[in-house]
Design a protein around this ligand. Structure first.
Ligand code: NDP
Length: 488
């Protein structure tokens, strides 16, 4: 598969390629060009030219194009979903729902633009008034991770295109194919060539060109906190606008009055969807002591029903961990917790099933008695292993929940609305779900507190991050005397 520049499949200048492997089988799905700085520059120039055209289109036309994109992507959900499963590993049902979520995001922003209301505001001195307008930013560099390659591309390109911006997308090197297919469908749906380009290649080369190039006005990044720090540093050279969506270590708090059956389902969904590789996966489970035994009994039964397998197999509930390196990190964290005295409530690990030996599978692990200094309590555990902590009450749960440098998602499970409100106000995280697993919705702003990043994606706030704010001041005729020079 080639890159996608100026509305066309494109080779890189160099002949090197990146091989994209299926995490379920180890087989090569396809290869993409190993692009370099020159290729990134070519795409940036294409996006810069396209900006002149796209930013001048009336909002209604941008809105119609986004709707057409949404329709086209939905019509291709079978092929795109399958491609996503092959390169990422997630079960086909999850992959298709990710493709549809891209379409939803386009529809949402298509509906927002062209319908804004504004106001003119008088100066406090009575000399005139001002209006505040919004201007598109220019070319945006979107740098994507491998866990949700398509929906996270949508979180960036949909609001950005709605605002009038254009894009150079740098997908993760292990999941570039579906993004290239989506970009090509966008142009088929009527997007001007060059408005969305996809350049494949190492983050340290293609990504760095996006950071260095003065024609890039903003970087929209989702990925690890460590990479986010580098992005911040690199963007400072030309003071680029930035949105950083970074890692999380989300707490789930189950109170003594919670609907336990619902919470058990929520914990399984929250931890094991996408093989535990979501930024807002449930990564630390806090149970009130009084319900802990009952919850754990039901949860163990639930976890034992999870079928691990190839995402293309209709009976699979959970696919492989995305790479061997990623699985190694999960194994290291589980081992570290066990060495510090944690007990296996459900013993996870590499499945023994012969059919799964070529893939990077890891069966769900649930651990109890985990030390608060263990790696999985302190850092982001990006895979299907869940530490359970017992707490005596909500205050202890909140104190523990906040004891992390992250602050992305969180959830509280209770039937008491006052308790839910109290917890939501005190958890230091961008989102608190009440009696729900972490589900992102196009209309709800999403982002982190603390080291989980800054800026917001989705919602009206997400659109605002793709504009510059421009103020225009008007003086009423005849009132200019107040600023006559010299000042006295
Ligand atoms: P990485 O940070 O490793 O990579 C993300 C992207 O950054 C990739 O495209 C990568 O390219 C690129 N990159 C790497 N180095 C540089 C650089 N120096 N300059 C510019 N770009 C660079 O994250 P992962 O792909 O491993 O994704 C998993 C992480 O993302 C998890 O920590 C997870 O929590 C977080 N995440 C956060 C979300 C949120 O909304 N807060 C949502 C989803 C994930 P390449 O692949 O070529 O290395």
């Amino acid at each position: 598969m080639k890159m996608f520049i100026q509305g066309q499949p494109a080779d890189a200048q160099g002949a090197d390629t990146i091989r994209v492997a299926n995490p379920a089988t180890g087989e090569i799905v396809d290869s993409v060009p190993k692009g370099g700085r020159e290729d990134a520059k070519r795409a940036i120039d294409a996006a810069s030219d396209a900006f002149k055209v796209w930013s001048e289109k009336p909002a209604l036309e941008r809105s119609r194009t986004l709707l057409k994109i949404s329709e086209t992507v939905r019509a291709n959900v079978e092929d795109l979903g399958r491609t996503l499963t092959l390169e990422q590993g997630k079960p086909l049902g999850e992959a298709k729902s990710e493709i549809n979520s891209f379409a939803n995001t386009c529809e949402y922003y298509a509906g927002l633009i062209g319908r804004e209301r504004g106001a003119q505001t008088p100066f406090s001195t009575g000399e005139g008034f001002f209006i505040v307008t919004k201007r598109p930013l220019g070319v945006v560099g979107a740098i994507l991770p491998w866990n949700f390659p398509v929906s996270l591309m949508g979180w960036k390109v949909a609001p950005g295109l709605a605002a009038g911006d254009t894009f150079v997308v740098k997908p993760a090197s292990t999941t570039p194919i579906t993004d290239i297919k989506v970009a090509s469908l966008m142009v088929k749906a009527g997007l001007p060539p060059g408005a969305v380009n996809v350049v494949t290649g190492p983050g340290g080369v293609v990504g760095e060109e996006l950071l260095d190039n003065p024609k890039i006005a903003k970087i929209a990044f989702t990925g690890e906190t460590g990479t986010g720090k580098r992005i911040m540093e690199g963007s400072s050279k030309s003071i680029k606008r930035l949105t950083l969506e970074l890692g999380g270590s989300d707490p789930m708090i189950v109170c003594d009055d919670a609907d336990l059956a619902l919470a058990v389902e929520g914990a399984a969904w929250g931890r094991f969807r996408n093989c535990g590789q979501s930024c807002t996966s449930v990564k630390r489970l806090f149970l009130f002591d009084s319900i802990a035994d009952e919850f754990i009994r039901a949860f163990v039964e639930k976890v034992k029903t999870i079928r691990v397998g190839n995402g293309l197999d209709a009976s699979t509930h959970m696919g492989p961990v995305h790479t061997a390196e990623q699985r190694g990190k999960v194994e290291k964290m589980v081992e570290d917790a066990e060495n510090r005295g944690a007990k296996d409530i459900v013993k996870g690990g590499r499945p023994t099933d012969k059919a799964l030996q070529q893939g990077t599978f890891y069966a769900p692990a649930v651990l109890g008695g985990v030390d608060y200094d263990a790696m999985m309590a302190k850092e982001e555990c990006f895979g299907p292993a869940l530490p359970i902590f017992r707490v005596k009450d909500l205050e202890e749960a909140l104190e523990r929940a906040n004891d992390t440098p992250y602050g992305l998602g969180s959830s509280v499970w209770t039937k008491d609305v006052e308790k839910a409100y109290h917890a939501a106000e005190r958890i230091q995280a961008g989102t608190t779900w009440v009696n729900s697993p972490p589900i992102a919705r196009a209309e709800v702003p999403f982002g982190g507190f603390k080291q989980s990043g800054f800026g917001r994606e989705l919602g009206i706030e997400g659109l605002d991050h793709y504009y510059e704010t421009k103020s225009i001041q008007f003086l009423e005729y005849g009132k200019g005397k107040k600023w006559a020079f010299p000042i006295n």
